[in-house]
Design a protein around this ligand. Structure first.
Ligand SMILES: Cc1cc2nc3c(=O)[nH]c(=O)nc-3n(C[C@H](O)[C@H](O)[C@H](O)COP(=O)(O)OP(=O)(O)OC[C@H]3O[C@@H](n4cnc5c(N)ncnc54)[C@H](O)[C@@H]3O)c2cc1C
Length: 418
């Protein structure tokens, strides 16, 4: 079977890997000059199995209003004249209730835990390097109120068998020794011990190289204009340079841009770009640098150690498809690294980046079949595409090849929006 994978981000490349491993002939198309050059480029690097939750949760609309007025705010909304944006926002608000939260969370955890379980095999099989570590995530609380408020999260973690530890100030310092320098800036933390970290872009590039060795053909610089449909089936993918590229099956892994080619053929998915920012700086002194991932609960900023670099990422900005790297948002992430690890890295060498999270209003990705029997979807991973990549790719490859996925697919497919 010949499969055309649209998109060479972390999702498209992992899909290509599992398809090729199962013996399929695979062609990957991407408009960029190489793999992992859009949203998979410089994310926070967290494999957040324990923190897998939808953003749409009870109380979020009120919290969001407060965030909009913070000095260093984690949320920006530009009031665009875009019916798609307002419709998507409304759908998200509709998911901010206890019952939807529980349903959405359980779906997300299903795919996230599956990813956690299958990723080590992929790493063993391929031997790829990606600055990976397995030292957990420390959610850092600056106030006693935040610490107390985490009790609800702890109950949910216990319910989903996600291992965690509640740590006082000294115990936080024991896992992240550099915090001793700023011990008065926090009161404690919640540590998710099964979480891992790693550089998503390094992983994507290294896996793409393995895929090429396995016979996967990558066609870069191929901007996809449209998906061609004839007689109720996908007949090919129309690209600007190579013209029509054909196969037996097609997988759409175009991240935030999926709707642009899916909408015209009647596959309507509520995937909307939610912009985020990061800065990456070199470690200057290991003893003052973070060892794993920390999540600053006040600013909603993640700080992750990636080899000899520190990645600091956060901010949610609803600004359509704008790729502008606004200083208003990198200021917040820079403030957090200066505040917590002032001697760990060289902020003057920080490289700024912005990316568009392909978000669904319910937080769950869209996996599996579509209304066309030879078109498959692997998209809408929002804030957790790196975390969910291996599991999503494996189930989508199984569905494409007519095999039974190892996890239930109900609630993960496009049918939930029908
Ligand atoms: C600031 C920030 C921090 C994040 N932190 C984390 C984290 O810590 N952990 C985590 O799990 N997730 C995180 N994420 C989310 C994660 O990065 C994304 O979910 C993931 O990268 C999405 O991967 P993708 O392959 O779907 O999209 P992309 O990486 O964007 O890949 C889509 C590909 O499609 C191509 N493409 C698009 N349109 C066309 C077209 N018309 N023709 C040809 N090619 C096209 C693009 O070139 C691109 O290569 C973060 C995101 C951001 C923005």
């Amino acid at each position: 079977m010949k499969v055309i994978v649209m998109g060479a981000g972390v999702i498209g490349v992992t899909t290509a890997y599992y398809l090729a491993k199962a013996g399929a002939e695979v062609v990957v198309l991407d408009r960029q000059a190489g793999p992992g050059l859009e949203t998979s480029y410089a994310n926070a690097g967290e494999l957040s199995y324990g923190m897998t939750s939808p953003w749409a949760a009870p109380g979020i609309p009120v919290k969001a209003l407060k965030w909009l007025f913070m000095k260093r705010r984690p949320l920006f909304i530009w009031p665009l004249i875009s019916p798609t944006m307002w419709m998507w926002s409304l759908q998200m608000i509709r998911n901010c209730n206890e019952s939807s939260y529980r349903t959405n969370k359980s779906r997300m955890v299903r795919i996230s835990n599956y990813s956690r379980d299958v990723m080590p095999d992929l790493i063993d099989e391929t031997g790829i390097e990606y600055d990976g570590r397995a030292q957990g995530t420390l959610q850092l609380f600056r106030t006693a109120k935040q610490m107390k408020g985490s009790k609800a999260d702890q109950d949910i973690l216990a319910e989903y068998d996600s291992p965690f530890e509640v740590l006082g100030r000294d115990a936080c310092i024991a896992v992240e020794p550099a915090l001793a320098e700023v011990r008065n800036k926090f009161v404690g933390g919640l540590r998710l011990t099964a979480d891992r970290t790693g550089d998503c872009r390094m992983f994507t590039i290294a896996l793409a190289e393995k895929c090429a060795e396995m016979g996967v053909e990558f066609q870069f610089g191929q901007s996809i204009r449209a998906i061609a449909v004839e007689n109720g089936r996908v007949a090919g993918v129309d690209t600007e340079v190579a013209g029509r590229v054909t196969g037996d099956a097609y997988v759409c892994a175009l991240g935030s841009y999926g709707p642009r080619v899916l909408n015209p053929i009647g596959v309507k998915l509520p995937v909307y770009p939610v912009k985020g920012y990061s800065v990456t700086l070199p470690v200057t002194d290991d003893s003052y640098a973070p060892q794993s991932t920390l999540m600053d609960e006040t600013h909603k900023v993640a700080i992750t150690r990636l080899g000899d670099r520190i990645r600091v990422a956060g901010t949610a900005e609803i600004a359509g498809y704008s790729n502008r790297l606004g200083p208003h948002a990198t200021d917040t992430v820079k403030h957090v690294i200066n505040d917590l690890f002032p001697k760990g890295g060289d902020i003057t060498k920080a490289e700024g980046w912005t990316g568009l999270r392909p978000m669904t209003p319910d937080g769950t990705p869209v996996l599996g079949g579509s209304r066309y029997d030879n078109l498959f979807l692997n998209t809408g991973h929002g804030t957790l595409g790196w975390t969910m990549a291996c599991g999503s790719a494996r189930v989508v490859a199984d569905v494409v090849l007519g095999r039974s996925p190892e996890i239930a697919m109900d609630g993960l497919t496009a049918d939930r929006y029908a």
